[in-house]
Unconditional design. Structure first.
Lengths: 323, 631
């Protein structure tokens, strides 16, 4: 759709998967005799599922009249102001830099503030399945390419956008997901520059440059990776990642790749090492769904593949050396 | 990430985790004083409390760069940076502080590079530097390449690198904890002493008393005072308002920088490069009006000049409506990029084009783009000394508040004066943040040495003051009553909350509209009086009467928003009163009724408290006596 075609107002229903956590005092595990032996499988009951918060879940619909070029975040802010101030969702900068507003829109993880109404509305009918049910793999697609042709719709067709919290993470309230597992995994992989500390000196030993020198070509090898905003869209898209310990996840691997490719960093061996476990490079199944909606345009799947090859090569080299 | 258990007492609590807060944490942990303590086998207890997960901080949105006379591209001298900053400030900056800023800028930038910032590079591998408005060589002679940058993402790079280094240093964070009270006690001798803070853990909805011997505020700016702002939704002036509520003063809060080219009502910045490449500003009649206001400079005049000219056109009825809202107010003008051609647009202004397409749905090659000035930076704030220590201006002298520090946009060490130069804000935050952290470390070391000298355990709690616990108890009650006011308990019936009554999001929107109408870019006594009447009257009453619409305390964003609305209303009063008190035009403040700068009466910093008591502190002039500020 060209931008001019989208210059119109639309009546849209936002269908939001809501969740309110139970207050702590009410969530004491129920049932079971206090004298019974501890189960060998841990505590019984639904509440023993790790990361699962108990509470009330329901779907709520809000009707808004919005401009086709408004963002989905604009719609939610309008709802907070005009209809329901209790609706909870994270947001901060509003233009795709802070990374706080990753959610699932029509089932697809992406940012609220960069998602335009024109690209995500769909007819409110059960037989409309376009772009749903399947996650295309391979090349990232443009949002516009999936957009509905608004002119081709039957007059009076209801339009809807489905919203839910980011998949792969526990929901804390409404559209707020707990992305701490992702940040913990990033933190564990030494996500900081480890330079040797050596500065360039002149022939007679004087410091010639106070910064670590790096050519534009060396910068280009990791610059895009360093733009990652840790929003979690790639993690929510990954069918292997589920917030648990089985896979460190694409975001943490991108962080490792960023430092692996930085000419100033001096601990490449350790970084490759850190991905040799069963939760590292070998856990990635190359589905490449992670590349689909990266707001920074990182081809996450391809970058992961490059890093996996480096890890494999290092592992082989070590086995050869050991033999 | 939240602390599993709170300590009885902290040695230092840092509030805010953007460039200033994280720099302070690193400055503290990396200082020789801290190392000395660590060598004695005691571990000071430090906590960084932040409203947001640190990586979400607004520092990440800074685009342009960070200024330092590295001389990597051409010869430069920090004295020239000093002069430029003073001139940019319209001679309101304290020149001794600007000396620190300019002379220590190169070391600050090198430090950031060592911390991992992916600076853009010159061909020979040095940090690249670009031209930026107002930065010159030889005291104003010609533009100089002084601004270090990382493409157009310097803020993101600095924020992430600082956070990464904090991870390495093992800094403890309390994330999505919102500070509700700053506890300052006044002794019988009038001496003021910081005791700690009260925080709301937004995850659980619980209120905690956090006792600390040192508190450092680094909460950022207050762009949300205005409807149209480039600031994130979280910049609600919390630190400044907490200081006011604690009985302290703010300095020079009447100075708010507006960036001339915000995209219509979104407030999102369109880079100055758009005009640099030949973009023109047009009014409703299609007139290229900037030649009338700034002959010779035209569209490339200084930020405040262009902002004022746009508002003058709008006020004269020559504004245009945002095409998205054709029946709305005619409060924009056009930015015309149509003549630039495809190659220039896509090759040199890709970010501008993307923003226009994404957020306005317009095509810069064929459409006129609606723009209006957008609130960008608060020059004033909590008054601090060179080491970050907060002070009060009492009876013509500075009196420091024991154990209270501030840094970054919420503070005012006064390096920006009446108008900040581009690329100086990140520098201020990182440099003075680091210094404040170091000063806190020295205080901790001194306290530990004293305790150890007396044979005491330095981590033993000094529980001689119940002030923090009392404040926490009062705040708990306050929040309980906000929750009890929830009209409909959500979740049980799945119905939308009853919305016949008010909510904080409306109050903040209405406050932003009042501030925008009467105080944005230009103002006069009558308008300020009217604005004060509305803010002190209706808006204060509404903010005071708010309650939540859900009684679930966990992740109740509305409770936080109510506290934010109260913060903004309190701060708005101070801004309006200080603006009215300054009967001159200087830097970003333009008084229609007093259009000239008046050095006789107002070469001074305004100092205002919550009771609207206004006093004046002289400006420190060392090397450069005031001159006309002409570009």
């Amino acid at each position: 759709m060209t931008t001019a075609d989208a210059n119109r107002m639309l009546d849209v229903t936002l269908r939001i998967a809501r969740f309110t956590p139970k207050p702590e005092k009410a969530s004491r595990r129920r049932g079971g005799s206090p004298f019974a032996k501890k189960s060998p499988f841990g505590d019984s009951g639904a509440s023993s599922r790790p990361g699962r918060v108990r509470g009330k879940r329901w779907t709520q619909e809000y009707r808004v009249s919005v401009h086709a070029n408004d963002s989905v975040l604009d719609c939610l802010l309008m709802i907070k102001r005009e209809q329901d101030p209790s609706l909870a969702f994270r947001y901060s900068c509003g233009h795709g830099m802070c990374g706080s507003d990753a959610v699932a829109i029509n089932g697809t993880p992406t940012l609220l503030c960069t998602a335009k109404v024109r690209d995500w509305v769909k007819p409110d009918s059960p037989d409309f399945t376009a772009n749903e049910g399947f996650r295309p793999t391979g090349q990232p697609v443009d949002d516009d390419a999936q957009a509905l042709d608004l002119d081709a719709l039957e007059p009076g067709t209801g339009l809807v956008i489905d919203l839910a919290a980011l998949p792969g993470f526990p929901t804390q309230r409404d559209l707020i997901a707990d992305v701490d597992p992702m940040l913990d995994q990033i933190r564990r992989l030494r996500p900081y520059l480890e330079a040797s500390g050596e500065l360039k000196t002149t022939d007679d030993g004087k410091i010639d440059a106070f910064e670590y020198l790096q050519s534009p070509e060396q910068l280009a090898r990791y610059e895009l990776l360093s733009n990652c905003i840790a929003c979690g869209v790639c993690e929510g898209s990954c069918p292997v990642y589920a917030g648990g310990e089985a896979f460190v996840g694409p975001a943490a691997m991108i962080t490792v790749s960023r430092f692996l490719n930085d000419s100033r960093d001096s601990i490449a061996d350790d970084r490759l090492d850190s991905l040799m476990g069963s939760d590292g490079a070998s856990a990635c199944q190359s589905v490449r769904a992670c590349s689909m909606h990266c707001p920074k345009g990182i081809d996450v799947g391809e970058e992961l593949w490059q890093t996996i090859q480096k890890v494999d090569a290092a592992r082989k080299a070590r086995q050869t050396a050991d033999a | 990430m939240s602390p599993k258990q709170l300590e009885e007492q902290y040695d230092a609590v840092i509030v805010g985790a953007g460039a200033a807060g994280l720099s302070a944490a690193l400055g503290l942990l990396r200082s020789p004083a801290y190392e000395e303590i660590a060598q004695q086998g005691v571990q000071p207890r430090i906590l960084v409390i932040s409203k947001l997960q640190p990586l979400r901080s607004h520092t990440g949105s800074a685009e342009g760069g960070i200024a330092a006379s590295l001389g990597n591209v051409e010869h430069d001298d920090w004295h020239w940076h000093l002069f430029d900053t003073i001139k940019g400030s319209d001679w309101l900056a304290d020149q001794d502080m600007v000396e620190i800023l300019a002379s220590q800028a190169p070391a600050t930038v090198i430090g950031l590079e060592h911390d991992g910032v992916a600076f853009s590079r010159t061909q020979d591998g040095h940090i690249a530097q670009r031209l930026f408005g107002g930065h010159t060589a030889e005291f104003g002679k010609q533009p100089v390449h002084r601004t270090a940058y990382a493409a157009d993402r310097i803020g993101h790079q600095i924020l992430h690198s600082l956070w990464q280094q904090c991870v390495k240093a093992g800094v403890q964070f309390a994330e999505e904890w919102y500070v509700t009270d700053l506890v300052v006690e006044t002794g019988d001798d009038g001496e003021q002493r910081s005791r700690g803070v009260v925080v709301l853990d937004t995850h659980s909805g619980k209120v905690h008393a956090v006792r600390s011997r040192n508190v450092l505020l680094a909460t950022g700016g207050a762009g949300r005072l205005f409807h149209t702002t480039s600031n994130s939704w979280d910049l609600t002036g919390d630190g400044m308002s907490l200081a006011l509520e604690a009985g302290l003063q703010l300095e020079d809060v009447e100075f708010v920088q507006f960036h001339p080219t915000g995209l219509a009502h979104t407030g999102i910045l369109l880079s100055e490069a758009a005009r640099g490449e030949g973009g023109r500003l047009l009014n409703a009649d299609g007139e290229h009006f900037m030649d009338r206001y700034a002959p010779g400079h035209g569209d490339l005049a200084a930020r405040d000049v262009v902002s004022r000219s746009i508002m003058a056109e709008v006020d004269a009825g020559r504004g245009v409506a945002d095409p998205k809202d054709p029946d709305g107010p005619k409060d924009c003008v056009w930015l015309d990029l149509r003549a630039l051609g495809h190659d220039v647009l896509e090759g040199r202004l890709p970010e501008v084009c993307e923003t226009v397409r994404d957020y306005a749905g317009l095509d810069p090659a064929t459409d006129l783009i609606p723009i209006r000035p957008t609130a960008h930076y608060t020059m004033g704030g909590i008054p601090i000394m060179a080491d970050g220590n907060v002070y009060e201006w009492v009876d013509g002298a500075r009196r420091t508040v024991d154990g209270l520090f501030a840094a970054g946009e919420c503070s005012c060490v006064s390096v920006h004066g009446a108008n900040r130069l581009g690329a100086n804000s990140l520098l201020d935050a990182c440099l003075f943040g680091t210094r404040a952290g170091q000063a806190v470390a020295s205080r901790i070391a001194a306290a530990y040495a004293e305790a150890l000298g007396e044979g005491l355990d330095p981590t033993e709690c000094d529980d001689d003051s119940p002030a923090v616990d009392e404040a926490a108890a009062a705040r708990s009650e306050d929040i309980a009553s906000l929750l009890a006011g929830a009209a409909v308990s959500d979740g049980d019936d799945g119905q939308a909350a009853d919305m016949d009554d008010d909510n904080p999001y409306r109050v903040m929107a209405d406050l932003g509209a009042v501030m925008e109408r009467y105080a944005a870019v230009r103002c006069d006594h009558d308008g300020l009086t009217e604005a004060l009447r509305e803010v002190s009257g209706t808006l204060s009453d509404r903010a005071g009467a708010l309650h939540a619409h859900s009684d679930t305390a966990a992740y109740n964003q509305e409770v936080t928003a109510i506290l934010e609305a109260r913060h903004l209303v309190r701060l708005a009063k101070a801004v309006l009163t200080a603006s009215d008190g300054r009967e001159e035009s200087r830097g970003s403040l333009y008084r229609r009724d007093f259009p000239q700068r008046d050095d006789e009466r107002f070469l001074a910093h305004s100092m205002i408290d919550a009771d609207s008591m206004l006093s004046w502190q002289p400006v420190v002039i060392t090397a450069f006596p005031p001159k006309a500020r002409a570009y």
